[in-house]
Design a protein around this ligand. Structure first.
Ligand code: SF4
Ligand code: SF4
Length: 147
């Protein structure tokens, strides 16, 4: 069995780009230079204008801090974004795909009704269900007033 000595982090961050940085490939550098995985959740970037982007970032803790400091050095505003997960009850087709990978059992199958139950109190907001749901019923909602 292999054990990783590096502690991993996963965070959602909200970035604000000054006009002079809005066309630089700084987000790609997070993967290329710092080895971080990223997923762009929302973005509004226009060349030569101020831009905003919401990113989900994951990677080893040390690289994480170095990557965020790199962004700050480029004049980019970095704000950690609190987030939670919600389910669009009208979209869910109760296929059960998400129940197999939900680590906290916040998504589970009710044997009697054959419906998938979402317990948001048990949800750790890891975001895994949002990547596999075939109808995008699971969504990441950002709190603290960002995009
Ligand atoms: S994967 Fe999506 S559609 Fe399927 S049960 Fe889960 S939330 Fe519902
Ligand atoms: S975000 Fe993670 S913990 Fe929450 S319901 Fe989805 S898979 Fe389960």
């Amino acid at each position: 069995m292999q054990a990783s000595s590096e502690k991993k982090q996963r965070k959602v961050v909200y970035l604000t780009f000054p006009p002079e940085s809005s066309n630089k490939p700084v987000v790609c550098d997070l993967a290329r230079v710092y080895g971080l995985d990223f997923s762009i959740l929302k973005a509004q970037i226009t060349p030569r204008h101020e831009g905003q982007m919401t990113l989900e970032l994951s990677g080893p803790a040390e690289a994480f801090e170095a990557g965020l400091n790199y962004l700050r050095d480029q004049g980019i505003g970095v704000t950690p974004a609190a987030h939670r997960i919600s389910r669009d009850e009208d979209s869910c087709i109760h296929c059960g795909v998400c129940t197999a990978l939900c680590p906290t059992k916040a998504l589970s199958l009710d044997i009697e009704t054959r419906l998938v139950i979402f317990d948001d109190e048990a949800c750790s907001a890891c975001g895994m269900c949002t990547k596999v749901c075939p109808v995008a019923a699971m969504d990441i909602l950002l709190e603290n007033g960002v995009m």
